[in-house]
Design a protein around this ligand. Structure first.
Ligand SMILES: Nc1nc2c(ncn2[C@@H]2O[C@H](COP(=O)(O)OP(=O)(O)OP(=O)(O)O)[C@@H](O)[C@H]2O)c(=O)[nH]1
Length: 345
C-alpha cells in the first residue's frame, strides 16, 4: 500500500560513458525533447570550474553543475548536498516539480560509488530510485577503448542500457567491433543506436533483469554474468539470507545485481532488487509483474565470478538443492557453508 504522506520515489538515470563518448551531446538532445521537459539534470565535472553544464544548451534552473572532482573520487558528500538542495527546491516550489533526474558523470567515473551513495543515504533512497544506468559508447572507437581502459569497460559492464553514439561517422567494421565489445561486457544490456532513438526510450526505466542470459564466460577480462531463476516463490527471510551471504562472500566481485523476486508473502507483485557491490538498495515492490513470466529472475554481473558457486548459493535458498548435482561441490566450496549439518544437511 502506498503511504499518501510519502511521495513516490522519482526515477533517477545515471548517464555515464568514457571521455568524449558523447554524453553531453546526448543530454542536449534529451533536453530538447518535449517528452523530457520535466527532467532535472545534474552534471558532474572534473575541473575546479565546471564547463560541461555551460555546454548543456538548455541550462535552465533544473541543470545543476557539480564541479571540483569526480563522483567516484571525492565529491560524494557534494552529490548528497546537491540532491538534497534539489529536492528542497522542488518541495518548496522554488523549482518546478521535476518528475525525474538525470545525472551525467565524468568520463572517468566508476558508476558504483555514485550509485552506492544514492542507495545508502536514508533520505535520498526514499526519494529516488535508480531507474537505469545508461552508458554512452562511441561506436567509432569502442573496440580499442574497451580493450585498453578499465574505466570504460566497467562503465559498460554496469549498464542497463547502452547508447551507441557516432554511428554516423563510424565504419560498419567499427560499429560491429563496438557491438561485440559491448555484448561481451554487458550481455544483459539493451543496445540502442543513439542517433535515431526516441529520447524517452533512451532514459526509460529498466525494471528487472533482461532475459535470455546464461552464465557463459564473456571472454573479456574476467567480467561475466550469472543468471539465477526459480519457479517457486521465495520467503522474504530466504531472500534476505541469500543477500547477506552474497554480500559477505562475493561482494568484492559483484559489480551489479538486479532482479525481480517472487515472494511467498506477496506473489502478485514483484520485488525489484538491486545491488552495487556490497550495497543493496531498499527493495521496492512494483505494482504488477511486467509480463506473463512470474518467476524470480536475478542477474549478477561481476569480475571473476564463479557461476557454479553463485548459482549453487541461490539454489540453496530457492529450495533447489539437489545434493548429488555438480553444484554441490560449488556449494560446499563456499567458506560460509558448513561442511556438514548446514544447508546440505
Ligand atoms: N559525428 C558525431 N559526433 C558526435 C556524436 N556525439 C558526440 N559527438 C562529438 O564528440 C565530441 C565529444 O562529445 P561530448 O558530448 O562532449 O562528449 P562527452 O562524453 O560529454 O565528453 P566528456 O564530458 O569530455 O567526457 C564532440 O565534438 C561532439 O560533437 C555523434 O553521435 N556523432
Amino acid at each position: 500500500m502506498t503511504d499518501p504522506r510519502r511521495p513516490e520515489p522519482l526515477p533517477l538515470v545515471l548517464l555515464t560513458g568514457f571521455l568524449g563518448a558523447g554524453k553531453t551531446t546526448l543530454l542536449n538532445r534529451l533536453l530538447r525533447d518535449p517528452a523530457l521537459s520535466g527532467a532535472a539534470v545534474l552534471v558532474n565535472e572534473l575541473g575546479e570550474i565546471g564547463v560541461d553544464h555551460l555546454l548543456v544548451e538548455h541550462a535552465e534552473e533544473g541543470v545543476i553543475a557539480l564541479a571540483g572532482g569526480c563522483l567516484c573520487c571525492g565529491v560524494r558528500g557534494e552529490l548528497v548536498d546537491a540532491l538534497e538542495n534539489l529536492l528542497r527546491a522542488r518541495d518548496n516550489g522554488r523549482l518546478p516539480p521535476f518528475d525525474r533526474l538525470v545525472i551525467e558523470t565524468t568520463g572517468l567515473a566508476d558508476p558504483a560509488p555514485a550509485l552506492q551513495t544514492l542507495m545508502l543515504h536514508p533520505y535520498l533512497a526514499l526519494r529516488f530510485h535508480i531507474a537505469a544506468v545508461v552508458t554512452v559508447v562511441d561506436a567509432s572507437d569502442a573496440g580499442a577503448t574497451l580493450a585498453t581502459s578499465p574505466e570504460a569497460a566497467r562503465q559498460v559492464a554496469m549498464a542497463d542500457r547502452i547508447a551507441l553514439s557516432k554511428t554516423d561517422v563510424a565504419t560498419p567494421d567499427q560499429i560491429a567491433a563496438a557491438r561485440a565489445g559491448v555484448a561481451r561486457l554487458a550481455p544483459t544490456a539493451e543496445v540502442i543506436d543513439a542517433q535515431g532513438a526516441d529520447a524517452a526510450a533512451l532514459i526509460a526505466p529498466v525494471e528487472g533483469p533482461r532475459r535470455g542470459l546464461d552464465a557463459a564466460p564473456l571472454g573479456h577480462g574476467a567480467v561475466r554474468s550469472v543468471s539465477m531463476e526459480s519457479e517457486a516463490p521465495l520467503t522474504r527471510a530466504a531472500y534476505d539470507l541469500f543477500v547477506e551471504l552474497l554480500r559477505s562472500a562475493h561482494a568484492a566481485k559483484v559489480l551489479r545485481l538486479k532482479g525481480l523476486i517472487r515472494l511467498v508473502e506477496e506473489p502478485d507483485r514483484p520485488l525489484l532488487v538491486q545491488g552495487v557491490r556490497h550495497v543493496f538498495a531498499p527493495p521496492r515492490f512494483l505494482d504488477a509483474w511486467p509480463d506473463e513470466d512470474r518467476r524470480t529472475r536475478l542477474v549478477a554481473i561481476g569480475e571473476n565470478l564463479d557461476p557454479g558457486l553463485l548459482a549453487g548459493l541461490y539454489a540453496a535458498f530457492a529450495g533447489q538443492v539437489a545434493p548429488d548435482r555438480a553444484d554441490r561441490a560449488a556449494l560446499v566450496a563456499s567458506p560460509l557453508t558448513p561442511s556438514s549439518g548446514g544447508l546440505l544437511g
